[in-house]
Design a protein around this ligand. Sequence first.
Ligand SMILES: Cc1c2[nH]c(c1CCC(=O)O)Cc1[nH]c(c(CCC(=O)O)c1C)Cc1[nH]c(c(CCC(=O)O)c1C)Cc1[nH]c(c(C)c1CCC(=O)O)C2
Length: 349
Amino acid sequence: MHDRFLRACRREPTDVTPVWFMRQAGRYMAEYRELRKKYTLLEICKTPELALEVTLQPLRLGMDAAILFADILLPLEPMGAPFEFAKGEGPVIHEPVRDRAGIERLRVFEPEEGLGYVLDAVRLIRKELDGKTPLIGFAGAPFTMASYLVEGGKSSDYRLTKQLMWSDPEAWSALMGKISEVVRRLLRAQVAAGAQAVQLFDSWVGSLSIDDYREHVQPHVRHILRDLEATGVPVIHFGTNTGALLEAQRDAGGTVIGVDWRTPLDKAWQRIGYDRAVQGNLDPLLLCAPRAVAERRARAVLAEAGGRAGHIFNLGHGIIPETPVDTVKAVIDLVHSIPRASLQGEPAR
Ligand SMILES: Cc1c2[nH]c(c1CCC(=O)O)Cc1[nH]c(c(CCC(=O)O)c1C)Cc1[nH]c(c(CCC(=O)O)c1C)Cc1[nH]c(c(C)c1CCC(=O)O)C2
């Protein structure tokens, strides 16, 4: 069993630092682009054999974990808010939810009924990986999901989302409550189907002040994470632009806290506390820099982690489509070439 990743989640010592990348499956890989000529993104997500194929594609580069191929928006359809991935625009939610009536209509569904195909994919991938590489399941966190539901798609300032949050806190709380329960059940179901770790993506939560996070978001995230921690499976709690929120995110829960590249990893870990594992935090754009630069910065991330048990090397956000595969492979090889013990006591900067 290839268990570096799971050991690091539990802060147990490993030979070298485990590494995987958010969005490690996707358009930067020729195999993926080839498959996308024949199928839409949703068709791939809804066909377990195709989701399996795409999940496995990046593993030839040597990652220490696989991540289920799916999307954080998939629960919106069974909740009663269908959407599509429109060419060039990203996700489009057909009827955005902006008032009490819309929130009341949203359904809290049973994952085996509403998202059976995702759970079938988890079972199929687990069987195929046969214990060799651990499988990470995932879901979107309530604020990030709500931002798509309310805005109707991507947004630069989350104006409508914040307006709802401030103008009708009761309705906001009902919305967040429904999404959290959907996400809690979905992650529980993924664990029951065989996911060996789960990650909660709160990609856009960094747009909030600490006060708004604590008042309007943290209780809902806690509802999910406390319950998942009780399964004994590691839970990764991730967001971007979260330099001001790290302690509050830690308080909401998570075995592993994801850190983006704007906060140096040594400083972040000190603030989070060494009783949690950390994941991160190379700037994903560095994978598009000259290889020597990418490698130098990757070494700096490892030095900041200081060889402490409980660091999972990753990017601070997802791989972008323009990334050269060779650089991805070079960084994975570099991380795997450095014994963890040799990093101990090395000055970080
Ligand atoms: C915000 C968010 C979404 N989806 C996701 C997030 C959180 C992580 C993050 O912040 O990047 C998470 C996600 N989406 C996808 C995965 C698969 C697993 C992986 O390899 O990491 C994961 C973990 C597939 C996907 N989901 C999507 C792609 C794009 C590829 C395609 O169109 O084929 C992939 C591989 C589409 C997607 N999905 C989403 C958007 C905004 C878009 C369109 C923007 C874009 O084109 O990149 C919502």
